[in-house]
Design a protein around this ligand. Structure first.
Ligand code: GDP
Ligand code: MN
Length: 380
């Protein structure tokens, strides 16, 4: 789960990482009030779950309340790479002498958290990594030993940071960032830029914070931060129905049972020359309600032209699934052609049930490849 900048900063503050004072606003009037409370110049920052807001016109300085209202008016509703701005973070403006970069993420290859630090912050880190790879210092932390302060020193010396006051402040921030990362079960904590003000104060000017979905049950207060209105409507519907769903961009909607089978179904659709529009995993179940829920989610995607229902009956019995499909197509009207492949436990019985009662847009095929070909053909 990705957090907005202001939410990430709230977590930073909880762990003692310095940030600037700010307020959330959802209208120009609120932005004005926020600027009045904060006093002086402020930055009006679009809150969207994507980076590069500065370049896209989503971050503007304002001299005072009137200008903050004006800038808020201009930024609200802006489309930043498909993300419409509905929230603003109004922050006391900082004077910037230097912009650094500090992040902590998972290096899955070596199964350890990885710090990255460079004094060339503010810009795209990919650009630094490409053009000045030596300027980007990497440091792995052994998760069992935990973070040790001397490691942070290596990180900073490696980047050529010589100012003792900056060293001291950033050493402290590095330790706190590790605590925040572990404490929140984060997958990414990024500060870009980590600024130094002209009077030598170091603080986080931006935040990118991603929390592991699988750990959210431990952090109800973070789980509550999820912005349901920003979620893809199909994904929100799937979440509500408890269906595992992933959106892709082809034309064939895929429904299978079990992650392995669903993955091979994607492959076989590609092999047949088609492109999956999405996929739903029914898991172990195949009861009518589960099928109805999954079909509802799949058909709510306007890109779907045909549906491939691929079931291998193990514990799930195919006759049960066949009855589920029939009940589902009775309950919700589906215009798209549906191709069903049933195999495994009680497959013959399942096919017979479908053959007897299926509507005209429902086709059964004996093998996965034949079913995939048919579904692809019908998606054209
Ligand atoms: P991003 O573009 O989405 O990464 O958003 P950031 O929060 O990193 O802001 C982008 C850039 O805007 C920063 O690198 C700064 O140069 C500038 N900026 C943001 N806040 C301030 C501020 O308080 N004062 C000044 N002078 N510039 C700021
Ligand atoms: Mn940034």
């Amino acid at each position: 789960m990705d957090l907005y900048e202001y939410q990430g900063k709230e977590l930073f503050r909880r762990y003692g990482i310095p940030t600037s004072d700010g307020r959330l606003a959802t209208s120009p009037a609120e932005a004005r009030a926020a600027a009045e409370e904060l006093g002086g110049s402020v930055v009006v920052k679009a809150q969207v779950l994507t980076g590069g807001r500065g370049k896209a016109g989503g971050i503007k300085l304002a001299e005072g309340p009137a200008e903050a209202e004006e800038k808020a008016q201009a930024i609200l509703g802006l489309d930043i790479r498909g993300h419409v701005v509905r929230r603003l973070w109004i922050e006391r403006a900082s004077d910037i002498a230097k912009e650094y970069y500090l992040s902590l993420t998972f290096d899955r290859g070596v199964k350890k958290p990885l710090f990255m630090f460079t004094t060339q912050g503010g810009i795209d880190i990919e650009e630094v990594a490409e053009k000045h790879p030596d300027a980007l210092v990497r440091l792995h932390v052994d998760p069992l030993e935990g973070f040790q302060p001397y490691q942070a020193r290596r990180l900073l010396y490696g980047a050529g940071l010589t100012d003792p006051s900056e060293q001291k402040q950033i050493l402290d921030i590095v330790g706190r960032l590790y605590a925040a990362f572990v404490g929140c079960d984060a997958l990414l904590c990024e500060i870009n830029p980590l600024i130094v003000t002209p009077d030598g104060q170091v603080r986080a000017l931006d935040s990118k914070f991603t929390v592991d979905d699988n750990a959210l049950y431990k952090h109800p207060e973070i789980a509550e931060m999820r912005d349901l209105s920003a979620a893809d409507p199909q994904e929100a519907l799937a979440r509500e129905k408890g269906v595992t769903y992933v959106k892709l961009d082809g034309e064939v909607g895929i429904l299978g049972n079990g992650a392995g089978l669903v993955m091979s179904t994607l492959d076989v659709i590609a092999l047949a020359g088609g492109r999956p529009a999405n996929f739903c995993d029914l898991g172990g179940g195949g009861d009518a309600q589960g099928v109805v829920d999954a079909l509802e989610v799949i058909t709510s995607d306007g890109q779907v032209r045909s549906i491939f229902f691929n079931i291998f009956g193990g514990i799930t019995r195919c006759d049960e699934v066949a009855r589920g499909i029939l009940q589902a197509v009775e309950r919700i009207k589906i215009e798209n052609p549906i191709v069903v492949r049933l195999d495994g436990t009680n497959a013959e019985e399942g096919r017979r049930i479908l053959a007897e009662a299926a509507p005209a847009n429902l086709h059964t095929e004996p093998t996965m490849l034949e079913a995939a070909r048919r579904a692809v053909e019908l998606s054209r």
